[in-house]
Design a protein around this ligand. Structure first.
Ligand code: ADP
Ligand code: F6P
Length: 327
């Protein structure tokens, strides 16, 4: 056994994401192979506070690599924002002998992990969220699966939208982040993509102009992809209907984007990041997050990672505009 950690805990926290199971599997198998004891903490920080902890063996993670969701369950836990509960959680880790912890989740979950690191538990975060909003990493587990669900849904909507010569407004997830919208938009040939990070993308006059110009060129239907952080898709469809006279319908894809089997890309990243997380713990490091940078798996300090600010992929927005509007 390497390093100072003897028992590694693993939990999933925040919104679940396809590929989390593959990551849990990678953590458990890598840790066991390195000689650690492994504990699964169920229901994120909420479960930790209730000592909802089980020992994990190699076969505990058999047959889950391809499954969506998380077999450890996930939760959001408001109590954990308070220092007294953070103290309690660190105490519980110590009672169970958990001196290293892999937290698979989003930036909120990493803020929780920071608090445990400050209380003597070695922690490593793994970016697990469909939103692709962990600034330090080019990839977050679940993103590709979610985008593919959205692209498949828009293909279905395109059929009915074209048959009725309608305008389809499709709302995708992403919280404050527009990446799912951008990728879904360019992959479905959307007329317009609206994202929360860029006001220009939300310009209603521009939206109407693109719709009308595309209609004038003979396009008989429109697809508008709107990120959830922009506002209400139903309201937008109503406004488009009123402004253009084109029958418009809104579809909110919602949690369907978080379900289903992970894509190969998600499983690959999840496996690599889970494996790397254990390696970082075995080095004796703490307060680290695993990231993909320049296509490689690296780790960096959580405080530094959380201080970074995100630039949206406006190149996708620009390219889509040039592709979807034509002379
Ligand atoms: P995600 O991890 O997907 O970003 P949330 O933002 O909902 O999801 O965070 C998940 C959980 O992480 C929260 O329910 C809470 O228990 C914990 N958490 C979030 N922010 C903090 C914080 N500042 N301090 C301690 N724990 C936090
Ligand atoms: O962070 C993942 C995510 O699916 C966001 O895209 C979305 O805003 C949020 O979680 C929804 O959270 P909940 O599952 O709690 O409704």
């Amino acid at each position: 056994m390497e390093g100072v950690v003897r028992t590694i805990g693993v939990l999933t926290s925040g919104g679940d994401a396809p590929g989390m199971n593959a990551c849990i599997r990678a953590v458990v198998r890598t840790a066991l192979n390195k000689g650690y004891r492994v504990m699964g903490i169920r229901r994120g920080y909420a479960g930790l506070l209730k000592s909802d902890i089980i020992e994990m063996h190699a076969n505990s993670v058999a047959d889950i690599i391809h499954r969506g969701g998380t077999t450890l369950y996930s939760a959001r836990c408001d109590e954990f924002l308070q220092t007294e509960y953070q103290d309690k959680a660190a105490e519980i880790c110590k009672i169970f002998g958990i001196d290293g912890l892999v937290v698979i989740g989003g930036d909120g979950s990493f803020r929780g992990a920071q608090k445990l690191s400050q209380r003597g538990i070695s922690v490593v975060g793994v970016p697990g969220t469909i939103d692709l909003d962990i600034v330090c990493s080019e990839y977050t587990i679940g993103f590709d699966s979610a985008v593919n669900v959205a692209v498949d849904a828009v293909a279905r909507l395109r059929d009915t939208s074209a048959s009725h010569e309608r305008c389809s407004v499709v709302e995708v997830m992403g919280r404050h982040c527009g990446e799912i919208a951008l990728w879904t938009g360019i992959a479905t040939g959307a007329d317009v993509i609206m994202i929360p990070e860029d006001e220009e993308s939300q310009d209603f006059d521009h939206l109407i102009r693109v719709i009308m110009e595309n209609r004038a060129r003979g396009k008989n239907h429109n697809i508008i992809i709107v990120a959830e952080g922009v506002g209400n898709a139903y309201e937008l469809a109503k406004r488009i209907n009123e402004a253009t006279g084109i029958e418009s319908r809104a579809t909110v894809l919602g949690h369907v984007q978080r379900g289903g089997c992970p894509t190969a890309l998600d499983i690959k990243h999840a496996s690599m990041m889970g494996n790397k997380a254990v390696e970082v713990l075995s080095r004796g490091d703490t307060n680290r997050v695993i990231c993909v940078q320049n296509g490689r798996y690296v780790d960096m300090d959580i405080d530094e990672a959380l201080a970074m600010t995100k630039q949206p992929s406006l190149d996708i927005w620009d390219a889509n505009l040039q592709i979807s509007t034509y002379k």
